[in-house]
Design a protein around this ligand. Structure first.
Ligand code: 5GP
Ligand code: ZN
Length: 120
């Protein structure tokens, strides 16, 4: 099922089995453009390690979780939004709007600011 590494879209993108437009990568994370952008800049920042949801993050992953924010800051700055401003969001489980069960930080900039999740 979708909570496992074997059938995970973002693991397949990480492994190059599914194409993506990468904007950043290092030994811990990859970042690529969202296929259905909700703002002029919409990048997904994804740890190489498969972690299904925020609920699955452990103390051992604390540095990695923090690193996602540092990469968001860097990608935003590189795209020219460092001083203008930007949004980051991570969804947890279906009720929180999560569709892909491999954690990822959404980085959005350049559009109308507001929640990513629809009301209701
Ligand atoms: P979630 O709802 O899980 O927080 O966000 C999943 C995001 O992944 C959505 O914004 C969706 O547009 C994006 N997405 C889904 N499939 C693909 C894909 O194959 N490639 C890319 N680049 N993004 C995808
Ligand atoms: Zn995965």
């Amino acid at each position: 099922m979708s909570h496992e590494t074997g059938d995970c879209l973002f693991c397949r993108i990480r492994d190059g089995e599914v194409p993506s437009t990468k904007v950043y990568e290092d030994e811990q994370v990859i970042a690529f453009k969202d296929i259905n952008p909700k703002a002029p800049l919409h990048v997904l920042i994804v740890p190489r390690k498969h972690i299904a949801t925020i609920n699955d993050i452990t103390e051992a992953d604390a540095g990695l979780a923090g690193h996602l924010f540092l990469v968001a800051k860097q990608v935003a700055a590189d795209a020219g939004y460092g001083d203008i401003g930007y949004q980051v969001q991570m969804n947890c489980l279906k009720g929180g709007g999560q569709v892909i069960f491999h954690i990822h930080l959404h980085l959005l900039a350049g559009g109308r600011s507001g929640p990513l999740l629809p009301a209701g």
